[in-house]
Structure formats: C-alpha cells, structure tokens
Design a protein around this ligand. Structure first.
Ligand code: AMP
Length: 308
C-alpha cells in the first residue's frame, strides 16, 4: 500500500448559479483517492458508507487501484450526505444540509496491510478520528492533513494536537486566518508552522495556492477555466494529486513540493469542469500532463529590467 486516505465517502446535492445535481457521489476521501490514483498502483481508503452507496462506484474505484478493505459498509444505514449552494462567485458556498448518518459510527480500524504505508492523507474529518488513524500507522514518511473551520469552531484543542503530528497542513485562506488569529497570510503561515508542520499549503480557490516553509514561499495560479461547472471537491482533488505525486516521486524537497502543487492544481481544474467526480473518471494521464504544461506556459514570462 503506497498511500492511506481517511475521509468522507458521501452523497452530495449541489446547486450552482448554472445548474444543479442531486445525490451525486462525493466525499473528501473519494476525490482524494481518485486524484491520487493517477500516480499510484495501490492506495487504501478508510471510511464508512451505508448500504445505499452504489456498488458500481466502488467497482470503478477498485479498478483504479483504490483498495476498499478499509471502507466499512453498514447494513440498513444511510451514507453521509451533504448539500451545498454556490454563489455567483464560486469561491463562496453555503452548506444547506449535513446529515452525518453513518459517520457517527466511524471508528477506524485499519486493515493490517495499510499500517506500513509510507504516505497518509488525513481528509477533512473529526480530528479525533484523524488521530486514531495516525495512531495505527507504523512509521509514515509523510503525513498530509486537511481540515475546515467547523473543527476550529468545535474542537480546536483536538485539532491542534493532530496538526502537531503532521508534516503538511492544507487549508484555505480563511481557515489559515482563523487557525492562526492573524490576518496576514505570511504571519498566519509562521504561526501555523510553529504548531508543528514543516510546510503549509494555503488554497485560494480560483486564485491559486501558496506553499510556505519556514523560509520560502511559492505561489501557483489556478487554471483560468472558460466554465466552472462545480467546484465541489476541488480542494480534496488538489490534495489527492499533491500527495499522489509526492508518493510517486518520494522526494519531499521544497522544489518537488512546488511540482506537486502544480499537479494538484491541474487535477483540481479538471474536477471543476463537471458535477461531482465525473470528470475525474474520464480523464487520462496524458490529459493531466497536457494541463501541467499549460500551467508552465501560464506563468512563463521573460523580463528585462530597464535602466532608471
Ligand atoms: P471540498 O469542496 O474540497 O471542500 O470538499 C467537498 C466534499 O466534502 C463534498 O463531497 C462533501 O461530501 C464533503 N463534506 C462536506 N461537508 C463535510 C464535513 N463537515 N466533513 C467532511 N466532509 C464534508
């Protein structure tokens, strides 16, 4: 097993100013695992669903090398459900409904062959559950964590304990500010890095992402898309591409993290082109490589400074 991912596997109802989709398969772990699968032969998914979850989607994931031994299926129960509405500025959305359903019973017990995996992706979940997964891992080479404002509001102490155990934290700009109590993202990064992680990734939706270490910073743009159909899962897809690329290359240097950020951004751009995970199921490695090249071209410029 090259990677273990924990997170939600869900049904989502999504409304945007341009359309809607009901009961589509979503969930952080679904997006992460599918995105990472482009770079890995085998990853393991830790989560829980009800027996309402479609078996054909499980088959599709398994065909992409996502092992589902760690996905518990609870008989007679319903899967996690989330409904959200995006505004005209698709960087903002309202949660209309969250039904935890089976998530209330999630007490992760890792299959034996998951425990020695070198890479771990802690998808957005109760930090106590994230900690339980980490407790069962033998000695991972790299742990990446995602979280959200909900846990900052309700479980800050538990959250900080997990943050202290990870190598890379991924949050959006508002969450970085809330977690650190700093408005400046540079100051926020310094405060968060002092909590334990070696690197911080700050996602800024259609405005790209920043990568911070103690003494370096890198900015990656997002691909300007003609039509953004559905940004749901873009953050998770980004994280999946990011950790998938790192697991494949096994190089944790700042320069390789820069490449991983571009790969994650390329995958996230595909995710937004259709509702749910649809686009991630269509694309091939060649499509990703082509888009990565478009990122390189997007920021390529030559400048000669003129004399005063
Ligand atoms: P993202 O757009 O990357 O933030 O992730 C969207 C996915 O997160 C959706 O597919 C939802 O099913 C899932 N999700 C929504 N709310 C939560 C929550 N409170 N905890 C965990 N996952 C969630």
């Amino acid at each position: 097993m090259q990677l273990v991912t924990v997170g939600t596997v869900a049904f989502d109802n999504i409304e945007t100013p341009f359309g809607r989709a009901d009961k589509v398969v979503g969930g952080a772990a679904t997006y992460i695992s599918l995105a990472a699968s482009f770079f890995l032969n085998k990853s393991g998914l830790v989560s829980v669903v009800g027996d309402d979850f479609p078996t054909d989607m499980m088959d599709l994931m398994q065909a992409k090398g996502v092992d589902l031994t760690g996905l518990e299926v609870l008989k007679g129960k319903e899967s996690f459900f989330w409904a959200g509405r995006y505004h005209y500025d698709m960087n903002t959305r309202d949660t209309l409904e969250t039904r935890l359903n089976v998530l209330l019973d999630l007490d992760p017990k890792l299959p034996e062959n998951y425990k020695a995996a070198p890479y771990v992706m802690l998808g957005n979940l109760d930090p106590k559950v994230q900690a339980k997964v980490l407790d069962q891992m033998s000695d991972p080479a790299l742990v990446v964590m995602d979280t959200m404002n909900f846990w900052m509001d309700s479980a800050m102490e538990d959250l900080k304990k997990v943050i202290g155990r990870v190598d890379i934290l991924c949050v959006n700009d508002a969450e970085a500010r809330q977690l650190s109590g700093q408005h400046s993202l540079v100051k926020a990064a310094n405060t968060i890095l002092a909590m334990g992680p070696t690197y911080l990734v700050v996602k800024k939706g259609e405005h790209g992402a920043l990568l911070f270490s103690k003494d370096r910073v890198f900015f990656a743009p997002a691909m300007p898309l003609e039509d953004i159909i559905d940004p749901t899962g873009a953050g998770d897809t980004f994280a999946g591409g990011f950790i998938g690329y790192l697991a494949r290359t096994q190089d944790h240097s700042f320069d390789n993290l820069k490449r991983a950020i571009i790969v994650g951004s390329a995958l996230a751009s595909f995710c937004c082109e259709k509702f749910g995970v649809q686009r991630l199921l269509e694309i091939k490695r060649e499509d990703i490589d082509e888009r990565v090249q478009q990122f390189v071209d997007l920021v390529d410029f030559d400048i000669e400074l003129v004399e005063e």
